[in-house]
Design a protein around this ligand. Structure first.
Ligand SMILES: Nc1ncnc2c1ncn2[C@@H]1O[C@H](COP(=O)(O)OP(=O)(O)OP(=O)(O)O)[C@@H](O)[C@H]1O
Length: 632
């Protein structure tokens, strides 16, 4: 044996050199994942032993004998990752670590025709080399199952590797990394720090199914003293092994989910609702999703990143996989773990999105159903949710040209003039009187302000319910929706309300005929500020209001004009005059006797109608001067 121990320095194969360079410099965006890769390899190696014991009756798998140990040595700048897995023979060392991108695990899988339910993570054969991102030199000491020889593989990177026999007592593999010296840009010391290693293990490998052990520093009171402490080392299992999402729902309490929510830093609040999904179909996956109670501070900003954590068989692949959530459910937090994902080489992105698409669609429906159930059975909770995230659902109705409106329409709620609380569209439509043609809504800054709008008088008098829209997005979403259960939406400010007034049309028209000139004159005074001046059919007590013709409402004009690059979009405004109000007599008198006064009054009335609408007055100084003129 010893006679053979001539140093065999071998070159990596040519294509491997280039690949090694690629691994070290560009495949991974984050150095710390080297530990995830090495731990995944160790876990695979233990899986392989386990698999052998299933098929070889001479072997027994004693769970306690199988673990991974991470041992940092700050002084020597050494980080060692040991496992009690299957180990490698000399040939396997040569094959697996001499040719980059040759995955022994993939070959093992093929060779043993591994069936469902038994999963080995490695498949590309590059993970191991990520060690060179943090180490100058990597040494592998390994003894294969069933062999009494051990071998050492050593490399400092692109210049090749050596393999020589060595001593090792037990079956398994030690990966020994000589950690690089710090540079100006990079702090490599952190990969020797206990707390940092623990953090990385927890982050990426918490759910590896074998124990990952580490000796950790603890403190205790020194014997015979009252306040002197001494440090000692104790072995600890760092990972939690069985992930909560693989547990049976019945075993878990609300607190378990809440703890998971805060451990994972999904939010500082308590989740309003959790959804635990286990799917065992064509694509198998487990997921735990949360609907938060409170809006994350950056939720309605550009900085907010939606997405779910994505695990492949217990190993974290992506922190925020945005493809898993549609924008309208971007408030959902949580994770997905699947055994069936096709990963790409760095495990950072997914090569094929078919499985991911399937999972995303599934998740979307689950969230929708959960929200529907909440709305039906836990109304108070739903209202809390809606207060925080209702706006996002409305954006969902509006965006993508209304592609998701059907899915979301039953989740919408608005404040009702009648019920004095939030109601759904279904509730509104179900109690509509038979003769009511439209779903009426009014737009304003607050419910109180809408309540006082002159425009709502007629609809209210008719006894019809009005939905109050107080958020910018509301009217845009509703315009996209167009109808709900075949009922069209109608703004109380639109020129045609579709309500038959009590006075017959002829009467009011003849009245209009009589005063046509007055309105024509007023229209001329206002020029193109308004499209028309008309008799109001909706006003009961108030003298004037604005309404609009066409698709763009006055509220929409307001919102559109606050946007960058707004094209000064204008609603077609109608100045409506209440002919039953005394003001009308005054206007008529002025028309006959004092045209200058009629001009003055017209401008004042117009500006008043703007104020009621919450629109800016073009010339506030002129307006106050006009008011003064009538005071003196
Ligand atoms: N600790 C270990 N014990 C036994 N064999 C190992 C160990 N580490 C690596 N190997 C062998 O070396 C091969 C190459 O490892 P490497 O991490 O480069 O690729 P992989 O795990 O197969 O794929 P991936 O790129 O997905 O990580 C593995 O497939 C495995 O056969």
């Amino acid at each position: 044996m010893k006679g053979e121990s001539k140093l065999e320095k071998k070159q990596f194969r040519a294509e491997s050199k280039r690949l090694l360079d690629l691994v070290i410099n560009s495949i991974y965006t984050n150095r710390e994942i080297f530990l995830r890769e090495l731990i995944s390899n160790a876990s695979d190696a233990i899986d392989k032993i386990y698999y052998k014991t299933l098929t070889d009756e001479n072997l027994v798998f004693n769970k306690d004998d199988y673990y991974i140990k991470v041992i940092p040595d700050k002084k020597e700048r050494i980080l060692k990752i040991s496992d009690t897995g299957i180990g490698m023979t000399k040939e396997e060392l040569e094959e697996n670590l001499g040719i980059i991108a040759k995955s022994g695990s993939f070959a093992f899988k093929k060779e043993h025709e591994i069936k469902e339910g038994f999963d080995i993570i490695g498949q590309f054969g590059v993970g191991f080399y990520s060690a060179f991102m943090v180490a100058d030199k990597v040494t592998v000491i390994t003894k294969a199952l069933g062999s009494d020889e051990a071998f050492k593989w050593e490399s400092t990177g692109v210049d090749g590797y050596i393999i020589e026999p060595c001593e090792k007592d037990s079956v398994g593999t030690d990966i020994i990394l000589k950690i690089k010296e710090n540079t100006e840009e990079e702090n490599f010391d952190e990969y020797l720090e206990e707390y940092r290693l623990k953090y990385i293990i927890k982050k990426y490998s918490d759910f590896i199914r074998y124990p990952i052990k580490m000796n950790v520093t603890k403190r205790k009171l020194k014997d015979g003293t009252e306040n002197e402490y001494e440090e000692y080392m104790e072995e600890e299992i760092v990972n939690s092994m069985v992930p909560i999402w693989r547990k049976n729902k019945n075993e878990l309490t609300k607190e378990d989910y809440e703890n998971f929510y805060s451990e994972k830093h999904y939010g500082f609040d308590k989740p309003l609702k959790h959804i635990h999904i286990s799917v065992d179909g064509t694509v198998r996956y487990n997921a735990i999703l949360f609907i938060p109670e409170k809006i994350p501070y950056d939720f309605y900003t550009k900085e907010y990143e939606k997405g779910l954590e994505l695990y492949s068989n217990g190993v974290l692949i992506m922190n925020k996989c945005s493809d898993l959530l549609p924008d309208y459910f971007s408030f959902v937090k949580g994770m997905v773990d699947s055994e069936d994902l096709s990963l790409n080489i760095s495990r950072e992105m997914l090569q094929h999105t078919r499985q991911l698409k399937f999972i995303a669609k599934n998740i979307k429906n689950k969230i929708k159903n959960e929200l529907k159930n909440m709305l039906k059975n836990e109304r108070d909770k739903y209202e809390i949710f809606y207060k925080s995230f209702g706006r996002q659902l409305k954006y969902g109705v509006y965006s993508d040209f209304g592609a998701n409106k059907e899915l979301l329409q039953d989740l919408l709620m608005f404040y009702s003039s009648k019920e004095k609380k939030m109601v759904t569209l279904e509730e509104y439509v179900d109690r509509m009187p038979e003769e009511q043609k439209y779903i009426y809504y009014a737009v304003g800054e607050t419910n109180d302000r809408i309540e006082k709008l002159p425009q709502i008088e007629l609809v209210k008098e008719k006894g019809y319910e009005i939905l109050y829209f107080t958020e910018d997005i509301d009217e845009f979403a509703i315009k996209m929706l167009m109808t709900y259960k075949d009922k069209e939406f109608k703004s109380v400010s639109s020129s045609d309300l579709g309500i038959e007034t009590c006075e017959n049309e002829k009467d009011s028209n003849s009245e209009y005929e009589g005063y046509k000139e007055v309105f024509e004159y007023m229209k001329n005074v206002l020029g193109d500020k308004v499209k028309d001046v008309r008799i109001s059919k909706r006003l009961k007590n108030h003298p004037v209001c604005l309404s609009n013709d066409g698709e763009i409402s006055i509220e929409m004009e307001k919102i559109l004009n606050t946007m960058p690059n707004s094209q000064n979009i204008k609603a077609d405004k109608i100045l409506e005059i209440n002919v039953n109000h005394d003001i009308f007599k005054t206007l008529k008198e002025c028309f006959e006797k004092d045209k200058e006064k009629l001009k003055l009054y017209t401008n004042i009335l117009y500006n008043q109608s703007l104020l009621i609408e919450g629109l800016p007055i073009n010339d506030p100084v002129a307006f106050t001067n006009d008011i003064c003129k009538i005071m003196i």
